[in-house]
Design a protein around this ligand. Structure first.
Ligand SMILES: Nc1ncnc2c1ncn2[C@@H]1O[C@H](COP(=O)(O)OP(=O)(O)OP(=O)(O)O)[C@@H](O)[C@H]1O
Ligand SMILES: Nc1ccn([C@H]2C[C@H](O)[C@@H](COP(=O)(O)O)O2)c(=O)n1
Length: 222
């Protein structure tokens, strides 16, 4: 059972995917974390993230390893645990530029396909291009959406300490990132033609989880 969950930022992909995977005994892959990890490495190594040639030339250097336990998602770069730093605002601001570089996408997509192939009991993979590009033959494809206001309010509640910002600034940053992710040439954020769209604006997280579990069970024939 391969499940692909795509959608813009803050629609609930990670929370939903992890919970669904735990409930159904599936593995879990956060592909955004992989793009964040390679972005973290570029920044840490002084690569100009707006120089696509420099990013492309360096894209094969870091070794990124993703854990697939939905109860304890893990990610390392060259053996360093980067689960916390990849969520910082420097990485968030740079990740769209790095993930738009075709050489980066080719490398990370290959990694994602290998992980999905090796997940014998099935896997929930979340991102932006899972249904369209990474796993076009996924058994179930979901595209989550939510209003800008709902997404900004959800994200704003998470940002604390040095990364705290106003609701409006959070909304603007989110809209800007979605526009970049939807507008890139290679494998943009998009709904696959055969994906089921779920608008989560008025739904609780539990309702979204239930909806996705039901779609998967219907596919399994239960
Ligand atoms: N249906 C919902 N109702 C209320 N809050 C929600 C809902 N779904 C998710 N959230 C909350 O919204 C925040 C963002 O959710 P999550 O990280 O799962 O989104 P995402 O789509 O994976 O975002 P990104 O692509 O930016 O990583 C989290 O704090 C989560 O708990
Ligand atoms: N399949 C994917 C997953 C993610 N990205 C890029 C675009 C996002 O802005 C960024 C971070 O993702 P997030 O952690 O917010 O889910 O990574 C992508 O291009 N393709």
């Amino acid at each position: 059972m391969i499940v692909g969950i795509d959608g813009p930022s803050g629609t609930g992909k990670s929370s939903t995917s992890k919970a669904v995977a735990v409930k159904l005994g599936l593995r879990y892959l956060d592909t955004g974390a992989q793009y964040r990890a390679i972005t973290w490495w570029m920044l840490d190594n002084g690569i100009d993230v707006n120089d696509a040639s420099a990013v492309a030339a360096a894209s094969g250097k870091p070794t990124i390893v993703s854990g697939t336990d939905p109860a304890a998602p893990a990610i390392t770069v060259d053996g360093t645990d980067v689960a916390a730093p990849i969520r910082g605002k420097e990485v968030t601001a740079a990740v769209s530029a790095v993930s738009a570089v075709p050489e980066v996408r080719a490398r990370i997509t290959e990694l994602q396909r290998t992980i999905a192939r090796e997940a014998a009991g099935g896997i929930v993979v979340e991102g932006r291009d899972i249904g369209t590009t990474v796993l076009p033959d996924a058994d179930v494809k979901i595209f989550l959406t939510a209003s800008e206001e709902a997404r900004a309010a959800r994200r704003s509640g998470e940002l604390k300490g040095k990364d705290a910002q106003s609701l409006e600034a959070t909304r603007e940053a989110l809209v800007k990132r979605d526009a970049a992710d939807s507008g890139r040439k290679t494998s943009p954020l998009a709904k696959a033609g055969d994906a089921v769209e779920v608008d989560t604006t008025e739904l609780t997280l539990d309702q979204v989880i239930e909806c996705v579990v039901t779609l998967i069970e219907e596919k399994r024939g239960r």
